[in-house]
Design a protein around this ligand. Structure first.
Ligand SMILES: [Zn+2]
Ligand SMILES: [Zn+2]
Length: 160
């Protein structure tokens, strides 16, 4: 049993949150292997840059999801304002999780990974759609979206 840093993850806390003792031991192993990272229990699996791993409630792929969030931290991911970067980071974190899944003997479920990536693809697609004309917009490095059609129209209106 690994002693808990205050307010952070512990095996007992994982068990209190419904994890089996086997899963709690796995999470405890991650926690002790990556002592530079912070682990917290939360409502869903997530990564908070630069180094906080949120462990969500138990679910069938909890181990793999935990490896994925740890992978974001290992890859040094930060908040990228450009959403295309975000999708790249997701792909990269899953690649890393694949390596880790071998080391930790966790099943790498390709279907889950594709499903997770699809939610980002859909999100990206939705975000990039112009709410006025429905055309696909482009994003500048400041994170703002621009619609080529509407901006050309607005520019034409202004010069009139
Ligand atoms: Zn992710
Ligand atoms: Zn538009």
């Amino acid at each position: 049993m690994i002693p808990s840093r205050k307010g952070e993850f512990s095996e007992e806390l994982a068990i209190q949150n419904g994890y089996s003792s086997e899963q709690a031991v796995f999470l405890g192993r991650l926690y002790s292997d990556y002592q530079d990272f912070r682990f917290r229990m939360g409502r869903k699996f997530a990564f908070r840059p630069p180094k906080t791993i949120i462990i969500g409630p138990p679910e069938p792929f909890a181990e793999l999801l935990a490896l994925h969030e740890v992978s974001h931290a290992i890859c040094g991911h930060k908040d990228f304002r450009a959403d295309v970067e975000r999708l790249k980071m997701e792909v990269q974190a899953w690649e890393k999780a694949r390596e880790l899944s071998v080391r930790y003997d966790v099943d790498y479920n390709e279907e889950l990974v594709q499903r997770e990536l699809d939610t980002y693809r859909d999100w990206l697609h939705q975000k990039s759609r112009c709410p006025i004309c429905g055309l696909t917009r482009f994003q500048t490095p400041d994170g703002k979206y621009h619609c080529p059609s509407c901006e050309a129209f607005n520019a034409a209106q202004k010069t009139r």
